[in-house]
Write a protein that binds this ligand. Structure first.
Ligand SMILES: NC(=O)c1ccc[n+]([C@@H]2O[C@H](COP(=O)([O-])OP(=O)(O)OC[C@H]3O[C@@H](n4cnc5c(N)ncnc54)[C@H](OP(=O)(O)O)[C@@H]3O)[C@@H](O)[C@H]2O)c1
Length: 288
């Protein structure tokens, strides 16, 4: 079995997830989901807000892969007036053509009406107990949001999916620390930001040194993106990434064949990353 983490439910979550937001936002995901699965992806990250749950489900069907061999996430964004969380997830499941999701997340804490995050979490617990979601969690939650739901929670969130890469490492430290203490797994999105959205920064020479050291040590091609993925995985976080290209999807997965970064290399990335703060997503929800 490929690398995975264990959620606080005891279930396994594959360490590399393929996202259907960003590049596939509001687009037909059928072909790329199928391509990703055919290239070895078993973990798919969707959301109601991406407006493509139906085509994510179609891509799964087209791949021929049994549902039971896949880990599928979706996220609730907003509730229509009078709608319950259960009704909202059932609508997602109907779009997917699935009976359950493996992980259901609250996408953005600022979308719950003020003071109602705890009530939303109680609704999440209902879908968990009903078996419609095998695990429940959150996304873009800061310390205050986690603390707010934990006041009344009976089920501790299994995961918090946040923007997480070296250029937000310093800002993310308090939420990462709290999640670790509570047994909430961090899922990283936007992890390739230092090379894709902020090239030319203080991390570039550090990544290049490590990349070339690994290439020599392992005797296989190693990319800067793989070095970033190793850093994320060695921080005990899931990598949620995406690509439109089969070769890049394979590159994500073979990261498991790349040797671990040394403590000195991890520290060098932390240090260089701390010199630049660059947050790309959800500014309103996950403040600087
Ligand atoms: N919970 C949330 O609020 C939230 C927010 C954002 C994202 N997400 C989830 O996370 C998923 C991944 O997000 P992300 O797109 O930000 O992930 P990412 O891993 O930071 O970036 C992936 C993008 O980088 C490009 N890329 C990869 N390697 C590259 C390279 N060497 N040079 C140039 N471009 C390269 C890929 O394009 P190619 O097609 O060219 O490979 C792809 O578009 C989303 O699809 C979504 O499921 C969640």
């Amino acid at each position: 079995m490929s690398k995975h983490f264990i959620l606080n439910t005891g279930a396994q979550i594959p360490a590399i997830g393929f996202g259907t937001g960003t590049a596939l936002f509001k687009k037909d995901a059928t072909a790329l989901v199928r391509l990703a699965i055919e290239n070895g992806i078993t973990h798919l990250d969707g959301a109601q807000m991406y407006d493509n749950e139906g085509t994510l489900g179609a891509g799964v069907k087209a791949s021929g892969k049994p549902r039971s061999e896949l880990f599928i996430t979706t996220k609730i964004f907003t509730l229509a007036p009078g709608q319950t969380i259960t009704e909202s997830l059932k609508a997602s499941l109907a779009r997917f053509g699935f009976d359950y999701v493996d992980l259901f997340l609250i996408h953005d804490p600022t979308k719950a009406p003020a003071g109602e995050l705890g009530k939303w979490w109680a609704g999440m617990e209902e879908v968990y107990h009903a078996g419609l979601a095998k695990a429940i969690g959150v996304s873009n939650f800061q310390v205050e949001h986690i603390n707010e739901i934990l006041q009344t929670a009976k089920v501790v969130p299994a995961a918090n999916q946040i923007e997480f890469h070296p250029y937000v490492w310093k800002a993310a430290e308090p939420i990462v620390k709290l999640c670790k203490e509570k047994g909430i797994l961090i899922e990283s999105y936007g992890g390739l930001t230092p090379i894709v959205r902020a090239p030319g920064g203080p991390l570039d020479p550090v990544l290049e040194n490590i990349r070339s050291r690994l290439e020599k040590t392992d005797g296989i091609p190693v990319s800067a993106g793989q070095v970033l993925s190793k850093w994320i995985l060695q921080k005990d976080a899931v990598v949620v990434t995406t690509s439109t290209k089969a070769e890049r999807i394979q590159e994500f997965l073979v990261v498991e064949n790349v040797s671990d970064l040394t403590q000195e290399e991890l520290q060098a990335i932390d240090d260089a990353g701390s010199k630049l703060h660059k947050r790309v997503f959800m500014h309103h929800a996950f403040k600087d």
